[in-house]
Structures are given as structure tokens and as C-alpha cells.
Design a protein around this ligand. Structure first.
Ligand code: ZN
Length: 318
């Protein structure tokens, strides 16, 4: 069962944000996340500090800099707490804010010195201590960076439910749908006729990639789920599609978040486990002497009769 909570995003276009840190020059072109938590109570600051540090580290690992021509020096994010809608449902909301500037063909919202992008994350006071807070903050910072919030200013989603930025679409074609003309975005009508669209990936998109990662479980889908579910290790992963979208927004990113799992010794048919189905292919490697790291059960660099005993051990589990 998915533990789910809706998240929202807003753009604070006219919001004036001033940071004391602006007095000291940062380095143009170097991406850095700087949180300002001075609006929190001292108890909230203490509670949130490790999560803010982890969120900063997460995004500074994902985003490695800017596209050519963008000389911003990172992003300043105010973190505040306010009553939104009580426990669960909306856990937080966030968006960029400030003055619109265009650099290198990309539009950002910046502080009043026009050198750092800026925004706000507002955590629902009633959900401040949720066990999802790290995922919530990662997601909300994604909005402050522009996911779903700067698409319009950058002409990336002219139609409802359709993301057309070139890097995002190319990554989506490679990962999920080679025939896709756009990345499907959220496009929903809620009770009362409230229309919500283009802020997230599409939660109703059931496609999975070659590694079994469902795009609806991407960090930038509208529903955030509990990452401690051992049956679903890809909850809240960041797809290559989302990375492409951040490149379309003017950032440089790592190529992928997917880490190849270590080989399972004895898994001669490469299905991730050692079972009787591995016996025939294992014998095949023994017979031909062809090397496969999974068949080299004693890890001596060759596949031969010395691998038989450890293979049986892996197969029988003792
Ligand atoms: Zn959101």
C-alpha cells in the first residue's frame, strides 16, 4: 500500500527576498543550496537541521552546475512553517520567488541582486515531524529549482499535461517511451472544478523503465510515498527524465541516479537471484569457458570446475 500525501507548488513571482548572505560574494556558475531557517522556532531549527543538511547535499550532488551562459551562484531558500491544512494531505508547498532574469537563454527568479535564484519552502506545521520530511524537502526544493514552477517562463509546457523541453523528452524517450512526443505531466480536475496541471509528472502514468522504476514513483510526481518500503526500492527515485528536465531549466546535472547493483554470484541467468534456473546457463559457461562475473563463483577471474562447489553453496543457501 502506498502511503501518500499530496504536495503542492506555487510560484511567488513578485516576492521580494533579501538575504544577509548576499553581502558576501558567492562564486558565479557554481551551484550551491543555501537554506535560511531563521523563520523557524529554535526547536524546529534543531529538529530540521540534519534534514536540511541532507537535502542540501542531495541536490548539490544531483546538480553539478549551470548550462553555459548562466552565471548565477546558487539558490537561497527560506524555510518556514505555517498552518496549511492540518495533518497529512498537503505536507508543504514551495516555489521560486523574486525577479525574473534570463541568462544563457534560461529564465530564473532571483534575489534583488540578480545573482542568486531564490524561493520559499513552507512546511505545514501539523506535518513538521512527519517521517516523510526528507522526501518532502527534496521534492519541494525541486519546485524551488523550477520543476513545474518555471516551465511557463521557459516555454516548456505550452499545453496542459505535456512537457516538451528537449532534454527531458529525449530522456523520457530513452527511459520509458521511444515514441513519446512529450513527457506526460499532471493534469487533474479535483472536486469543485479545481484544475491542477503541469506542476508534476503524471501520477497516472504506469510506465516503468528497464530497471523496474515506475515514473509515477519519481520524486517529482505529485504523491510522495514512504521510502522505507523494502518491496519497492525505487520510491521517490529521481528519473533520468527529471534530470533532463532540470537541464532544460538551465542546470547541469549528473547523467543518471541509477546505481548498477553489485553482481549476485551464481546468478548465471542474470535475473537477480540464484535458483535452479541458473543451473543450465552455469553449466553452459563451464563448458565454453566464457567469462561471466556472476558465474565466477570463487572470484578467481576464470570460470572453471573450481566454481562448481561455491555455485552449489549459493544455490542451496548453505
Ligand atoms: Zn509538488
Amino acid at each position: 500500500m502506498r502511503r501518500s500525501s499530496l504536495l503542492t507548488s506555487f510560484v511567488f513571482v513578485a516576492l521580494l527576498i533579501t538575504f544577509a548572505t548576499n553581502a558576501s560574494a558567492q562564486t558565479p556558475g557554481v551551484f550551491e543550496v543555501r537554506f535560511n531557517d531563521s523563520a523557524l522556532t529554535s526547536q524546529q531549527r534543531t529538529e530540521l537541521a540534519p534534514t536540511l543538511a541532507a537535502t542540501k547535499s542531495f541536490w548539490e550532488t544531483i546538480i553539478t552546475g549551470y548550462q553555459p551562459g548562466v552565471d548565477l551562484d546558487g539558490i537561497d531558500i527560506i524555510v518556514e512553517a505555517a498552518a496549511i491544512d492540518g495533518p497529512s494531505n498537503v505536507l508543504a508547498q514551495a516555489g521560486p520567488g523574486g525577479f525574473s532574469v534570463t541568462r544563457g537563454g534560461f529564465t530564473f527568479l532571483t534575489d534583488n541582486q540578480f545573482n542568486s535564484s531564490a524561493g520559499v519552502v513552507t512546511i505545514d506545521t501539523a506535518d513538521f515531524s512527519t517521517n516523510l520530511i526528507f522526501d518532502v524537502l527534496k521534492h519541494e526544493v525541486g519546485h524551488v529549482l523550477g520543476f513545474g514552477t518555471l516551465f511557463d517562463l521557459n516555454s516548456l509546457s505550452p499545453n496542459r499535461g505535456e512537457y516538451i523541453g528537449s532534454e527531458g523528452v529525449a530522456a523520457y524517450q530513452a527511459e520509458y517511451d521511444s515514441a513519446a512526443l512529450f513527457v506526460p505531466l499532471q493534469n487533474e480536475t479535483f472536486p469543485g472544478g479545481i484544475q491542477v496541471f503541469n506542476g508534476h509528472l503524471d501520477e497516472d502514468n504506469l510506465l516503468t523503465d528497464a530497471f523496474g522504476r515506475a515514473i509515477r514513483n519519481d520524486l517529482m510526481s505529485p504523491v510522495v510515498s514512504n521510502t522505507t518500503n523494502a518491496n519497492d526500492p525505487f520510491q521517490n527515485f529521481l528519473s533520468d527524465t527529471s534530470l533532463g528536465i532540470f537541464r532544460d531549466l538551465g542546470y547541469e546535472t549528473i547523467a543518471t541516479t541509477f546505481v548498477v547493483p553489485p553482481p549476485v554470484l551464481g546468478d548465471a541467468n542474470l535475473d537477480g537471484a540464484v535458483t535452479f534456473l541458473d543451473i543450465a546457463p552455469f553449466i553452459g559457461f563451464l563448458t565454453t569457458g566464457e567469462f561471466l562475473i556472476q558465474a565466477d563463483c570463487n572470484e578467481d577471474g576464470v570460470v572453471n570446475f573450481l566454481d562448481i562447489a561455491p555455485f552449489i553453496t549459493f544455490l542451496t543457501g548453505n
